[in-house]
Design a protein around this ligand. Structure first.
Ligand SMILES: Nc1nc2c(ncn2[C@@H]2O[C@H](COP(=O)(O)OP(=O)(O)OP(=O)(O)O)[C@@H](O)[C@H]2O)c(=O)[nH]1
Ligand SMILES: [Mg+2]
Length: 455
């Protein structure tokens, strides 16, 4: 998401930054372009207008135009206005209250991702917050809907309420809460049925379930790909049932981003979570600063560091960093690093979080940096003997041929990897000489940086 908007905004602002002096007419011209970019990204018109008004006022109001770096200041103003539009700094946490069991009601149109998000959220609450969580499906309309949730329960190891044939949604909600009370659950997630479009029946049922369950959170699950429609649905639900937050799903897709940018401003409800993939760990807190940063190509360093530190065990990272400092980087370490990098998940996604990447994304795609490549490189190293890994100098032509066969690659692949290793090892030696300053200076090629992130 945001790729198109990001490319346009950074383009417009880059041009502004290059100028030494900025006149009011320059700002106006840039803002006209920003307006087009926002509307193309499907941002609601009133939201775009309000946003541009704020930026213009601040850009012209202060001493920005006479400042030493007017372009930079305008970028900062745009950034801050984006953060405000997205809901302000900080993350809106999912409440679980102090009086368990807390009910969390999941609402939304058909196929928006309610059931998947229910399982993702349950997993998050159990794993990160140590909340004992029960999931219950109130979807008695779609055949197999309850089975779908039960399956996700088996997959995640999270308890689901056993369905009772013929039981209605309100009764299921009551039984879920009774079960939770009896068995000391902290949280009950109520997954509801979706409809194709907004209709009275769905609203009535949502309201009835709300009255029965008294949820601490009523979350609307909305598909970011549906753009403005997602916002209209959110507004309607908010008026009728009262929402405490929005979960935007399919943020990993090529949605233009308008829904995310407009949701808060139009509905007054915070976006609390975003779904970023089909996998069950693909749910993240919504962070306005992070998103504003990534739209403006400032990179999502926080996200990268969080992801990296989760995937790479801290001691491993420290051990490896210490070795790197001493210039003792070996092929085995390199294989470990490839594995850790793969553990961090989708490499393209990871790279997208780095500063300035919007501009070079195509180059990256061309360079073909991806999971498969990492897996192959790891396989090459794993096909070496211990002695070869410790001392790559012994790798003559026949050994290289054997390794290529063993790893299902070509001799050229093996040669390339060894060159890459020698290059990396040389750089690490040099960095070690510099007291490690070079390591964090971002001079390492992709694939050799992350071990020090968790620290
Ligand atoms: N790429 C991507 N796919 C998602 C995301 N969230 C959900 N999905 C997919 O969307 C599809 C529908 O998800 P469900 O969770 O069944 O949607 P639902 O709202 O429960 O659907 P109904 O119960 O039929 O109304 C599934 O294939 C999910 O894997 C996301 O954040 N990213
Ligand atoms: Mg469902």
């Amino acid at each position: 998401m945001f790729d198109g908007l990001s490319a346009k905004l950074t383009g417009i602002l880059d041009r502004l930054k290059k100028r030494g002096v900025i006149a009011e007419s320059d700002v106006d011209e840039a803002l006209r372009e920003v307006r087009v970019a926002l509307l193309e990204a499907d941002v609601a018109l009133p939201v775009a207008k309000d946003f541009l008004g704020r930026v213009r006022e601040r850009a012209l109001g202060q001493d920005v135009l006479r400042s030493v770096t007017p372009g930079q200041m305008v970028v900062k103003i745009v950034h801050d206005a984006l953060v405000e539009t997205l809901g302000g700094a900080g993350e809106a946490a999912i409440q679980t209250g102090t009086n368990p069991p807390a009910a969390i009601l999941m609402l939304g149109l058909q196929g928006s991702g309610k059931t998947t998000t229910t399982a993702k959220l349950a997993l998050r609450l159990e794993k990160r917050e140590r909340k004992k969580t029960l999931m219950a499906s109130l979807d008695v309309y779609r055949p197999a809907a309850q089975q779908q949730l039960a399956q996700l329960g088996t997959q995640t190891g999270i308890r689901t309420l056993t369905p009772v044939l013929g039981e209605r949604p309100v009764a299921i909600a009551r039984r879920a809460l009774e079960t939770a009370r009896r068995e000391a659950f902290d949280v009950v997630l109520l997954d509801t049925a979706g409809r194709l479009a907004l209709d009275e029946e769905m609203m009535d049922e949502a309201a009835a379930v709300r009255d029965a369950a008294q949820p601490i959170e009523t979350l609307l699950v909305a598909d970011a790909m549906t753009g403005q429609d997602a916002i209209n649905v959110a507004s309607a639900f908010h008026r009728r049932v009262g929402l405490t937050g929005i979960v935007l799903t399919r943020v990993d897709g090529d949605a233009r981003g308008g829904a995310a940018l407009s949701a808060r401003a139009v509905t007054g409800c915070p976006i609390k979570l975003i779904g970023v993939g089909e996998k069950l760990d693909a749910l993240e807190p919504f962070n306005a600063q992070r998103i504003a940063g990534s739209i403006l190509g400032m990179g999502d360093i926080v996200g990268l560091v969080e992801k990296a530190s989760e995937a790479v065990a801290k001691e491993d990272a420290e051990k490896l960093a210490a070795k790197m400092m001493k210039g003792q980087f070996s092929l085995q370490d390199m294989a470990d690093q490839f594995r850790q990098l793969r553990k961090m998940g989708d490499i393209q996604g990871l790279l997208g979080m780095l500063p300035g990447i919007a501009k070079v994304k195509n180059q990256l795609a061309a360079a073909n940096v991806n999971d498969r490549m990492l897996a192959r490189q790891e396989a090459i190293i794993l096909s070496m003997t211990g002695a070869e890994r410790r001392n790559p100098k012994v790798l003559n032509a026949s050994r290289r041929k054997r390794i290529a066969r063993g790893s299902g690659t070509t001799v050229q692949d093996v040669n390339r990897l060894i060159k890459q290793f020698e290059h990396a090892a040389a750089m690490m030696k040099q960095a070690a000489k510099m007291g490690g300053r070079g390591l964090m200076g971002g001079r390492l090629p992709p694939g050799f940086g992350p071990p020090t992130f968790g620290r």
